[in-house]
Design a protein around this ligand. Structure first.
Ligand SMILES: [Zn+2]
Length: 63
């Protein structure tokens, strides 16, 4: 399967130990696609705030 990631519609954020919250409004988010165990190593999160629905990628800190 070929996965195309369009970089101009989402921003990467680093995973932390804290529950993931929306970087725009601070509401908790839901993982809508989990590619963490693939080569991409990212999760796609969507804000649970119905007025926001910000979608963003979350990646693990590689440092
Ligand atoms: Zn939000």
């Amino acid at each position: 399967m070929k996965i195309i990631v369009t970089l101009n519609v989402a921003t990467y954020y680093l995973m932390t130990d804290q529950p993931t919250t929306c970087p725009v409004c601070g509401t908790r988010t839901e993982i809508i696609s989990d590619f963490y165990h693939t080569l991409l190593q990212l999760q796609i999160n969507e804000c649970l705030n119905g007025n926001c629905k910000h979608v963003f990628f979350e990646v693990e800190d590689q440092l």
